[in-house]
Design a protein. Structure first.
Length: 116
């Protein structure tokens, strides 16, 4: 009977030893799973952030198109303003020329009056 108990005791010791080894391996695997979960959670957060940014692209493109259109209108307005400023500059030059001409005519008349 001692032989049977010894055999069961040896089996129990072996089973207990294997159970401890399995528990250690399980703890190691658990640690790695926790690290992997944390790593993939970070990745998931980055993917969600990227997804949010990608969803904003159509609105951004629409805003960019609106701004581009406004810039084109501003460019046309600036060209028109430049044209009008050039016209005003020409008018100012003509007015100055007319004043100078009028001044010269007055001087000529004054000269004729003095000469008489």
């Amino acid at each position: 009977m001692a032989f049977v108990f010894t055999r069961y005791e040896d089996t129990w010791v072996a089973l207990h030893k294997r159970a401890k080894e399995c528990a250690k391996a399980g703890e190691t695997v658990d640690g790695e799973v926790v690290m992997l979960c944390a790593h993939w959670e970070k990745r998931r957060g980055a993917v969600l952030e990227l997804q949010e940014q990608l969803q904003q692209i159509p609105a951004f493109l629409s805003d960019l198109e609106t701004i581009t259109s406004r810039i084109a209108h501003l460019e046309a307005d600036f060209e028109e303003m430049e044209s009008r400023l050039l016209y005003l500059e020409d008018l100012c030059a003509q007015c100055e020329h007319q004043r100078f001409k009028h001044f010269q005519i007055l001087q000529l008349e004054n000269y004729k009056i003095k000469k008489r």
